[in-house]
Design a protein around this ligand. Structure first.
Ligand SMILES: NC(=O)c1ccc[n+]([C@@H]2O[C@H](COP(=O)([O-])OP(=O)(O)OC[C@H]3O[C@@H](n4cnc5c(N)ncnc54)[C@H](O)[C@@H]3O)[C@@H](O)[C@H]2O)c1
Length: 490
């Protein structure tokens, strides 16, 4: 099965690489020539555990290629994934300009030699499947191959010849009346649920695969593409072993709009769960309860579950903020005010400010103080700093007149490159960061911060203050090492 994946970001690159591992013939396309060059050399432009190795394996086996030539990639492929970014605009709406550009170009590039399935993997507003279909059709009308085929078809009709396809009689007789766009392509939705940092494991062993399609043929082709994952028949890569007892993946086949909504509902629910935990944490602080104990107590309820209930400095990343804003915008478009979702966002916005309030409480004066941030990435095991709480905390402290240092095991360079104007001083490790600091704030729960050498860190600090923005340390141990400790909700 030949597959084209357009967009080699976190989603497209992981999807393409994993499908190639399963033996699919995959070409990954991007407009960013630098990325494509790196990828051809077997280097991943993003940090994702295990990805470099799988890319190299895919290239060596001849199953994975990288290209900037979308038109050729489309012609070679049966399944075409659109996996470009859908970043938020100032209004909260998803910016669909990248999806639009790709859909039109795919339409202009299709030939009529076989029926393609065009798959929206990007997270897109409800109705985008129909919109992409319209855009591809528009592109198709400008497509010389399609026009030529229509002309031949007209000629063939007069002699009674059917051309091209060996398909059912019904299809052939429809062709005799003129080739239709749906004979050339169908659109499906296949939202992605992978998590950065465990993207490969999530792709090989997902909780479910969601397929939205109006036409059963499109759903069937996607189901066939994912067969080795659905049935778990592949040999696991070394970097992503299969858990004992994991034998099959449920496939949810539904209509286009429901598939699109499933993605938004999932992200909105997860963001709400975290905001809920933070709301309870803030109340815990005031009444003298400990959020860690409280979450353990109510998270054990099987109707609730313990995941995504970690109190901290709030959620971030490229998806939650933009997807919750987008679903709010969609609801408003349909004259509905989603109050719960608005609160999810406002609780999170307020939560990012909590570490600064705690610094003020302990240090009183922030101006002229040196604050060290442990972690920049929005979560551990990724270099992604999109909408990371650390950026907002750093900006706020800088505006208040503090000197801000930061250390992230992976994301220092990405942050320096993407935000050259942000006056952060980057440190090489946690002890280097702590030097001369009046306080250190744990912003990202990287494992190495769970095992900080408190003695070494404390020895080089100007004042021993530790704000644990992710509740990863034992307050008693930190205080025993001579620090003033403040967690979240404890
Ligand atoms: N990152 C995640 O964890 C995650 C998880 C699930 C779903 N999603 C969704 O998947 C989509 C992609 O997210 P991402 O994080 O991989 O994005 P990204 O920004 O990391 O990557 C997008 C890529 O698309 C490329 N691109 C843009 N226009 C192009 C064009 N015309 N032709 C070819 N390539 C083009 C860009 O150069 C970039 O490499 C988004 O809609 C996102 O919401 C992301």
């Amino acid at each position: 099965m030949e597959v084209c994946v357009v967009g080699t970001g976190y989603v497209g690159l992981v999807t393409g690489t994993c499908l190639a591992y399963l033996g699919r013939s995959v070409v990954c396309v991007d407009i960013d020539e630098r990325k494509i060059q790196m990828l051809r050399e077997g280097k991943s432009p993003i940090y994702e555990p295990g990805l470099d190795q799988l890319i190299t394996t895919g290239i060596q086996r001849g199953h994975l290629r990288f290209s900037t030539d979308l038109a050729s990639a489309v012609k070679e492929s049966e399944i075409i994934f659109i996996a470009v970014g859908t970043p938020p605009m100032a209004s909260g709406k998803a910016d669909l300009s990248y999806v639009k550009a790709v859909a039109q170009q795919v339409g202009r590039s299709l030939d009529c030699e076989r029926r393609r399935v065009i798959v929206n993997k990007s997270t897109v507003p409800i109705g985008s499947g129909n919109w992409v279909e319209m855009l591809v059709k528009d592109g198709l009308q400008e497509n010389p191959a399609y026009r030529e085929r229509l002309a031949k078809m007209a000629a063939g009709q007069s002699t009674g010849q059917a051309i091209g396809y060996a398909e059912s009689q019904t299809t052939v007789s429809r062709r005799l009346n003129g080739i239709k766009p749906e004979d050339v392509f169908l659109v499906a939705s296949n939202p992605e649920f992978l998590r950065e940092g465990s993207a490969i494991t999530d792709t090989f062993y997902p909780d479910r695969i969601v397929i939205g399609a109006a036409d059963p043929y499109a759903a069937e082709r996607l189901r066939a593409l994912y067969e080795p994952i659905v049935e778990q028949t592949f040999v696991p890569p070394v970097s992503a072993p299969r858990q004992a007892g994991f034998t099959a993946v449920p496939v949810v086949t539904t209509d286009l709009a429901s598939a699109e909504m499933i993605k938004y509902a999932a992200n909105a629910f997860l963001a709400t769960k975290i905001s809920f935990a933070n709301e309870i944490a803030n109340i815990c602080e005031r009444v003298g309860a400990d959020i860690q104990e409280v979450v353990r107590g109510f998270g054990l309820d099987s109707r609730i579950g313990p995941k995504f209930l970690n109190a901290g400095v709030g959620w971030g990343g490229s998806c939650f903020g933009k997807d919750v804003s987008a679903i709010i915008d969609i609801a408003n478009e349909y004259n509905y005010e989603p109050e719960l979702l608005r609160s999810t966002v406002s609780v999170n916005k307020r939560q990012r400010h909590v570490p600064v309030l705690k610094l003020q409480e302990v240090l009183k004066i922030i101006k002229g103080k040196t604050i060290g941030l442990l972690g920049l990435a929005f979560k551990p095991e990724t270099d992604d700093i999109r909408d990371a709480p650390a950026l907002e905390i750093a900006r706020e402290l800088l505006e208040m007149g503090a000197r801000v240092k930061a250390y992230d095991p992976i994301a220092n360079d990405v942050c320096a490159r993407q935000y050259p104007d942000l006056k952060i001083e980057y440190a090489a490790n946690a002890v280097d960061l702590a030097e001369d600091c009046d306080a250190v704030v744990i912003v990202t729960e990287w494992d190495e911060f769970r095992y900080l050498d408190l003695q070494k860190v404390g020895d080089v600090m100007h004042a021993k203050v530790l704000i644990d923005g992710r509740n990863v340390l034992d307050p008693e141990a930190v205080e025993a090492a001579g620090f003033k400790y403040r967690g979240i909700g404890r």
